[in-house]
Design a binder for this molecule. Structure first.
Ligand code: 3PG
Length: 327
């Protein structure tokens, strides 16, 4: 055995599935903690625009420190790549703030039930924005998803329109994010890309936070939070929620680099199943029987939809190979 430092690299190469599995596990784990901590903060400090800025700010400071020590080494950016990343980052910022407006307004489990519709929005975008004809069977397989989410929403105890509509807008934003991401494919590694996206998204989020929440924050928001939990807890909560936010998103981006987009989308829905379960346990929020059944139908629907879509893609791949071999 020559160099000891080559060992981890060999391990990564030899067991790619194990490494990918570990990435998924860490992504879910960090996301569950993020969601619980985040909602605890909203319970005493209901300022989602401001907290969204803090999430990104902590992440950006973390990236700047990482670059300073060379872990990872900063990849240089040029104006061409910057132009490609700006729309991705704007959609990331918009989806982020609207998700958080929803988290602050309704139960975490409910926001994630609505966010489980994201693959449906992606399908609609493929057909109506990108003009790719989706087969009818695929559309039909989405029916249980829509029915499930409608059932869940109708009897959701924490329901309000702010929470519902902002989670829907986050679905639209994240669908556009994935459309623009495809155009921004480069050879830069995912950790560096996500660092640049965070920096741009931070600048996008600051003005609306100042306009929407600035006056209330100064008048009583900040002092109320400090008088409720104390300065030390307040600051440490904001720091940790920011760290978990950044790390789960970085892991999500690193995972996307290793798997197909569809696998990633299905993985993201499965992530919501864990978050819904753990958040109900953590907050002890009551859910009605109908909401429970609706959530299960919606999630099963997303699983069925993804399965059908994966099979269609496989068939397409096989027929392309056959065609190619024929000629
Ligand atoms: C956010 O704060 O941006 C939301 O947690 C986004 O949710 P998602 O990454 O689970 O879609």
């Amino acid at each position: 055995d020559s160099a000891g430092e080559a060992a981890p690299v060999r391990f990564f190469d030899r067991y790619p599935a194990l490494v990918t599995g570990f990435f998924f596990f860490m992504w879910y784990f960090l996301n569950v903690i993020f969601n619980i901590l985040n909602k605890r903060i909203y319970n005493y400090f209901p300022y989602p625009y401001f907290v969204s800025v803090i999430h990104l700010l902590v992440g950006v400071v973390y990236c700047l420190v990482s670059w300073a020590v060379g872990l990872p080494k900063r990849a240089p950016i040029d104006s061409k790549l910057l132009k490609l990343l700006i729309p991705v980052a704007v959609c990331h910022a918009l989806g982020h703030v609207t998700s958080n407006v929803s988290f602050a307004a309704v139960a975490v489990s409910f926001t994630h039930t609505i966010k489980a519709l994201e693959p449906f929005f992606n399908a609609a975008a493929s057909q109506f924005i990108l003009g790719q004809q989706l087969p009818l069977t695929l559309w039909l397989s989405l029916a249980p998803v829509v029915i499930g989410v409608s059932m869940a929403s109708l009897t959701e105890l924490s329901f309000n329109w702010t929470g519902f509509i902002s989670a829907m807008i986050s679905n639209i934003s994240f669908t556009y994010r994935s459309i623009y991401s495809k155009k921004a494919m480069t050879d830069m590694d995912s950790t560096n890309i996500y660092a640049y996206i965070s920096i741009i998204a931070l600048f996008v989020c600051i003005p609306p936070a100042i306009i929407v929440e600035g006056p209330q924050l100064i008048k009583h928001g900040l002092s109320d939070a400090i008088s409720k939990v104390g300065m030390v807890k307040f600051i440490s909560d904001l720091f940790w929620v920011g760290m978990f936010y950044h790390l789960y998103n970085q892991l999500a981006t690193n995972t996307l680099e290793r798997v197909a987009p569809l696998t990633h989308a299905v993985g993201n829905v499965l992530k919501r199943v864990f978050v819904i379960g753990f958040s109900i346990l953590a907050f002890g929020n009551k859910i009605s029987t109908q909401t429970g059944i609706g959530t299960v139908i919606a999630i099963a629907g997303v699983a069925a939809y993804s399965y059908i879509k994966a099979q269609m893609e496989e068939e397409k791949r096989v027929s392309i190979i056959l065609l190619y071999n024929h000629h």
